[in-house]
Design a protein around this ligand. Structure first.
Ligand SMILES: CC(C)(COP(=O)(O)OP(=O)(O)OC[C@H]1O[C@@H](n2cnc3c(N)ncnc32)[C@H](O)[C@@H]1OP(=O)(O)O)[C@@H](O)C(=O)NCCC(=O)NCCS
Length: 219
């Protein structure tokens, strides 16, 4: 990808060789290490560090002050809130070198991590899961699960549009008030959207928010 195809602010450092997709923007004081792979149309905010060998998909939004260390994989459409903390060694000790022992953490498609949350390494965060601001996540997270608190516990299900899914009807259906999409827990701990497969892109007419979160809560 030519450097004309993506934007790097003059205060940022990008160590070559690395791969950056078309339309991606890298803002003030950020640092991309050698070997990192970043997809298209990502927004990488201010003071973000991206380690070597990190893989980041497309349309990923990384807010200010986030460090993404080696061993972390971020799929398409993930949102990392400001100052959230990701880790790559469970038992760090300054005297012990564990550079070849980084633990893998995977953020699956569409996952959101709230501001100031901490993700302990070696886990997988499911598609469209939602980690509340300040939560500490220590275990794998199911698709669409909302995780709140310290330690992080599942507090319900969150739609692809980021709206809590209320109680299911008699057929087990939960409807997202923003999109109208229907969701169902098809087996214990497994929620699926019945109207749009998790790997399908969101249609453009469903991708523009028109009402604030609190307006949906009042319904
Ligand atoms: C998780 C979240 C979506 C919940 O919002 P909400 O539906 O308005 O939640 P409510 O205010 O109705 O709270 C419901 C309960 O959960 C608690 N709660 C809400 N958010 C919480 C959080 N982040 N951590 C711990 N508890 C939380 C509330 O105190 C309340 O508890 P109570 O029932 O005992 O009174 C929201 O709090 C959040 O963390 N959003 C992420 C924001 C963010 O980081 N954005 C980054 C981009 S700027």
């Amino acid at each position: 990808m030519s450097k004309d195809d993506y934007f790097v602010h003059e205060s940022a450092y990008v160590d070559e060789p690395c791969s950056i997709g078309k339309g991606t923007r890298i803002w003030h004081f950020s640092h991309v290490s050698k070997g990192a792979k970043i997809g298209a149309n990502c927004n990488i905010g201010q003071n973000v560090f991206i380690g070597g060998d990190v893989i980041i998909g497309s349309n990923v939004k990384i807010q200010n002050n986030v460090s993404i260390y080696s061993g972390i994989v971020i799929e398409d459409d993930v949102f990392l809130g400001p100052s959230c903390v990701l880790t790559n060694v469970t038992n760090p000790r300054s005297q012990i070198v564990r550079h070849s022992l980084y633990e893998k953490t995977v953020f699956h498609r569409g996952a959101t991590v709230g501001a100031n949350a901490t993700i302990v390494c070696g886990i997988e965060l499911g598609r469209y899961c939602f980690v509340a601001a300040g939560a500490v996540v220590t275990k794998d997270v199911n698709d669409y699960a909302m995780i709140v608190g310290v330690p992080g516990r599942q507090a319900g299900w969150m739609s692809r549009h980021g709206i809590p899914l209320g109680d299911p009807d008699k057929n087990g259906i939960m409807v997202c008030p923003e999109s109208g999409y229907r969701y169902k827990e098809v087996e214990a701990g497994v929620v699926r959207c019945l109207d749009l497969h998790e790997e399908e892109p969101l249609p453009a007419d469903k991708a523009m928010g028109t009402r604030r979160y609190d307006e949906y809560k009042k319904q």
